[in-house]
Design a protein around this ligand. Structure first.
Ligand SMILES: CSC[C@H]1O[C@H](OP(=O)(O)O)[C@H](O)[C@@H]1O
Length: 361
């Protein structure tokens, strides 16, 4: 429930548990989807860090929530909370939300400990801080969906939207119903979604494995495509808008998102198709001035040379070198609008973006 007593749809991707086996951050293991829906109970911070690094839990807003619960897990266990927070914040570099969630939880812990000097009391305070972030993100997801559906009504004549998305941005990245896919879901619930085109999103196939799984669960009309087919699809006139998420939005509106987003933005601009980024203001990092200052995570070559699902069949000869940036950066001039829980920034620039961040302060 949110603070107005309104039932908020909380994501199935992550929950806190403290049962006979002790405290745990319980995840829907995203490395096993779509073949299996299995839970992964992280009972200490090293296990949660490993889950973050293997993308058992992933997606910027959800990483922030996981990081905050990780600090709470260390506190409840009586571990070194400062050391645990450092491990969590460094688990993945690009999504600003992870460091944000960890920092916010750690600040709550430090304040409580300073005031009361009581570890148990501080542990309950930081757990409540994690829960607050969780609900805030679910509320932000609902508000982004509202702003996004309004923008689509302005941009796309009639109903029957044909929307293209990249990677995965639904319940599996959120405390609630997601970012970009949350907007698509709202359009679907309005009866306005004719087709969701899903980029498979090499190399880890978040689109094929996760977005198609979410679209099927919600009954959305959807079609999967190889990333390389997006250009001819846009050229064919079958896409009314492209919607993507974000991992870090710099102060000038430059946006880091899953690799393949930047070429999609160039294609969308070339074909005159609106390109929308949907992200909560916790993904905006006014301390990072522009795209060149964003640290893009480089990941293991094995993710490119092997399929991402068991038995991880090699698709290249042994010893093949691979270039595997997890993200790329789209400049603000290629982005039609950034949709946040506080409203829409368009044109995308430092002024319109800062106004949305300030609106939530
Ligand atoms: C809206 S957060 C989802 C965002 O995170 C994904 O990256 P990863 O799967 O590596 O966590 C991708 O960039 C999505 O757009």
């Amino acid at each position: 429930m949110d603070d107005h007593g309104i039932a908020l749809p909380l994501s199935p991707a992550l929950r806190w548990e403290n049962d006979a086996d002790g405290p745990a951050v319980v995840l829907l293991d995203q490395t096993r989807l779509p073949a299996a829906e299995t839970e992964l109970a992280c009972r200490d911070v090293p296990a949660l860090v490993a889950a973050i690094q293997t993308l058992a839990v992933r997606g910027a807003p959800l990483l922030g929530i996981a990081g905050a619960y990780g600090v709470a897990l260390a506190a409840v266990r009586g571990d070194d909370v400062e050391a645990a927070a450092a491990l969590l914040a460094d688990a993945r570099p690009t999504a600003v939300n992870l460091a944000y969630g960890v920092t916010r939880a750690l600040a709550a812990y430090r304040e409580a400990l300073g005031e009361r000097g009581d570890l148990a009391a501080a542990a309950s305070v930081v757990l409540e801080a994690a829960r607050e972030l969780h609900v805030e993100d679910a509320r932000a997801a609902a508000r982004m969906a509202g702003h996004g559906r309004g923008l689509l009504r302005e941009l796309v004549p009639g109903d029957g939207y044909r929307l293209l998305t990249h990677c995965n941005t639904g319940v599996l990245v959120s405390g609630g119903e997601g970012t970009a896919l949350g907007v698509v879901l709202a359009a679907h619930r309005d009866g306005a979604l004719a087709r969701l085109w899903i980029d498979e999103t090499r190399p880890l196939l978040q689109g094929a494995r996760l977005t198609a799984w979410e679209a099927a669960r919600f009954g959305m009309p959807h079609t999967l495509l190889a990333d390389n087919a997006a250009g001819s699809l846009l050229a064919s006139g079958q896409v009314d808008a492209v919607l993507v998420g974000a991992d870090r939005i710099a102060a000038d509106g430059s946006t880091a998102n899953k690799v393949g987003t930047y070429p999609l933005a160039v294609l969308a601009r070339h074909h005159g198709v609106p390109f929308l980024v949907v992200a909560p203001t916790t993904t905006v990092d006014l301390g990072t001035p522009d795209g060149g200052a964003i640290h893009v995570e480089q990941r293991d070559a094995g993710e490119v040379t092997h399929l991402p699902v068991a038995p991880r069949t090699p698709v290249a000869p042994a010893g093949t070198l691979a270039y595997n940036p997890a993200f790329d950066v789209t400049p603000p001039e290629l982005i039609t609008a950034i949709v946040t829980e506080n409203g829409v920034a368009s044109p995308v620039n430092g002024k319109t973006l800062a106004a949305l961040v300030d609106a939530g302060a």
